[in-house]
Design a protein around this ligand. Sequence first.
Ligand code: NDP
Ligand code: 2IT
Length: 448
Amino acid sequence: MNRVSESLQPILEEVIRRNPAEAEFHQAVQEVLESLGPVVTRHPEYTDGEVIRRLCEPERQIIFRVPWTDDAGRVQLNRGFRVQFSSALGPFKGGLRFHPSVYLGIVKFLGFEQIFKNALTGLPIGGAKGGSDFDPKGRSDAEVMRFCQSFMTEMYRHIGEHTDVPAGDAGVGRREIGYLFGQYKRITDRYESGVLTGKGLTWGGSQVRTEATGYGTVFFVDEMLRHSGDSFEGKRVLVSGSGNVAIYAIEKVQELGGRVIACSDSDGFIVDEAGIDLDLIKEIKQERRGRISEYTDQRPGARFVAGEGIWDIPCDIALPCATQNELRGADATALLRGGCRIVAEGANMPTTPDAIRLLVDGGVRFAPGKAVNAGGVATSALEMQQNASRDSWAFDYTEERLAEIMRTLHDRCLETADEYGAPGDYVAGANIAGFTRVADAMLALGLV
Ligand code: NDP
Ligand code: 2IT
């Protein structure tokens, strides 16, 4: 793996100095800068125009108070964020995360990644992220609704179909998007479908958006396999998490003939050598909002292990689909020991830099989240297209559009890696292809 080149080192130092105590943001910036050395050597105009420094500074950052009342009538207080990073390629676009760990550094790392991911899709969308330290776990629907209404009562003035289009991320799914959209509609008196994506199918949503991130992840890996004359058939696959991304990744792996033997939640993981029963996972995690440990009640052949350790299980392919920095150095060593050949990130930045180094040095083919999980936001952009034309497309047609986007994106990464002397390096390919697309637009738009 590269290090940040000498000419870019001052930019990283400036980011660290200007954004103190935001470790995840520093990590995301460093990972991109590590790829850009050869780009600025070949294109001095990016340095002359201070394109990289400008990209590291969000266009606008909004932090706001979110007061709400719980079911017992007590006043609760959370903090809301929307970081609008770059609108060079289109309206700001990116999800909202509701999780107690959310703070400015998490929102900025996600927003920064989103710029390059969205650029890679080839679609007209800028980059943003938002969310709150609100914890939806254990909250009633009525509490989640009141929280969402309060959140939107501030956020509505900063978004719009041509300005900024939020969507879901961890902790934000169709239920939350519904409450947010309802409040936006009420405050503005506008049925502005294109202001949020991930909507329900009867009120402006797109087919395949729910499945898109997980399906897209597997389409990307399928393309990696095809390039080496291989396929998912008979492969042992580990998927961490059991949320939106994990569930639909598991579904598509199974459709393509792979065997998913483990998945997890924040309590621990389950191992089912017979292959995960996805209907049961959906019932536990989607319908009941329960815990993954309940799986073994109905599948006596499976076992639940509390805590970490999913990456110790021997596998061919690992798909981290839960959260940032969940796959660390020791996990990479365990994966190598277990025979893993491919690691592809369904989540955003789930692999630590030292783990990536170990995997790549060990001969594993590694693909980064900004490329692998781009199917979610790409399908959000397809939802925006449908909303703009007041149309709705069939499932199969939309899925084929997604598959085509993922194939093109995969090839764009490999071609760009080749062009910059790093054949087969998906990290370099994704960072450079995403960066050059947004950088060229920034230069064309002048100093704004
Ligand atoms: P969800 O909230 O639907 O699910 C997250 C899952 O990860 C849950 O099963 C959660 O468990 C689990 N999890 C969280 N922390 C840990 C941990 N430390 N160890 C093990 N499991 C954990 O989120 P999504 O599936 O939507 O998002 C997952 C990742 O994918 C995030 O990084 C997100 O940014 C990224 N992503 C999401 C997209 C989308 O369209 N939704 C698009 C692109 C990327 P528990 O139930 O215990 O909380
Ligand atoms: O990380 C991501 O790409 C998302 N959470 C999806 C964003 C979107 O706007 O659909």
